[in-house]
Design a protein around this ligand. Structure first.
Ligand code: SF4
Ligand code: SF4
Length: 58
């Protein structure tokens, strides 16, 4: 799971769908805790701005 900070509009939608609570909104940007992320892909589907992407699958 990779994340393009510049595309993020800080809507918070991804935070509420992450089953592992690996996303946090801090100071107007999203932080991914990669240790908790299992690449389930939910955040990629929910983000209205396409800020998440799976590496090699752009
Ligand atoms: S891929 Fe899944 S576990 Fe990882 S940040 Fe997105 S929603 Fe959370
Ligand atoms: S869903 Fe997308 S735009 Fe909204 S906070 Fe998450 S990464 Fe940012």
């Amino acid at each position: 799971m990779e994340f393009n900070t510049e595309k993020c509009g800080c809507c918070g939608a991804c935070i509420s769908v992450c089953p592992n609570r690996s996303l946090e909104l801090t100071e107007n940007k999203i932080i991914i805790n990669k240790n908790k992320c299992d690449d389930c892909g939910r955040c990629t589907y929910v983000c209205p701005l396409g800020a998440f992407y799976i590496e090699g699958n752009v």
